[in-house]
Write a protein that binds this ligand. Sequence first.
Ligand code: FAD
Length: 284
Amino acid sequence: MIQEKEHKGVVFSCEVFPPKRDDDIYQIYKTLDEIKTLKPDFISVTYGAGGSNSKKTATIAAYIQNICEVEALAHMTAVGMDEASLRALLFELKKKGVENILALRGDKPRTMSQEEFDQRYFKYATDLIPEIKKNGDFFIAGACYPEVHPESKNQEEDIQHLKQKVDLGLNCLITQMFFDNNAFYSFMDKLEKAGIDIPVHAGIMPVTAAKQLGTSVTLSGSSVPVEMSNMIAKYGENPEDMKKAGIEYAVNQILDLKKHGVAGVHIYSMNKADVTKQIYEASF
Ligand code: FAD
């Protein structure tokens, strides 16, 4: 189980996602074999509601836990889940030796109708957490949003909901990606005022290809500072230079976060071991 409180330095972790094609599962094992040499405190695996991809999360988490011998944090979304399916998934994770869960509400999958989404069994991450606790002794992490969750009216309301989530017994929080550290520092001040004092791991996404702006970054709702737009305008057409600049941007973010006493850094690795390694080596 992740031992957050005993950690003396800055916690280092990263995220991987299951490959779409079953045949590519060995590719992710290869990536993990490389990432584990950095001795991360934990590696998280994303979860896609429904379909075969959701089963791959448990398989990959078991690989991280048992073969890589690194703490695995399995993401889990409330959407598409009911009490019985939750119990079955928790049982499977426990059986595989995985004791750490990132409890999420999730978004509406493309295959789900709006009506089905609106009538989901667990409404919010707050509904999922007590159910997980009922079913065993798990380390439970939650998600948070330095630039406000897109569905929230304002930050005050978002932080009130976050406080409810934390008070249910979360062990730590992991942030949505952000590219302007000031957004994170201002968020941390507000969490302190709200009485939220569990460790917050800063989510860092290396933007190493211009096309990421059209996909993952846009979907996250995170704002893109001028410095980053300038970087993309300058290097976007040249993949090698763009990769170098994106790594440097992430390293500078991390060095600044460490100076400001961040509890942990969580790298959205995008399944790229070489990028993760270069960032780690330059910033830890
Ligand atoms: P919640 O904490 O439930 O909040 C969702 C919204 O509802 C917020 O606006 C909140 O303010 C509001 N809210 C919360 N409680 C209440 C309440 N009681 N009453 C009214 N409103 C309320 N998605 C995936 O599908 N798979 C993944 O693996 C995945 N991994 C992620 C990892 C991280 C670190 C992050 C930051 C996000 C991840 N996501 C993932 C995306 C996430 O599922 C979405 O952002 C989703 O929209 C919100 O999930 P949540 O757990 O933060 O929701």
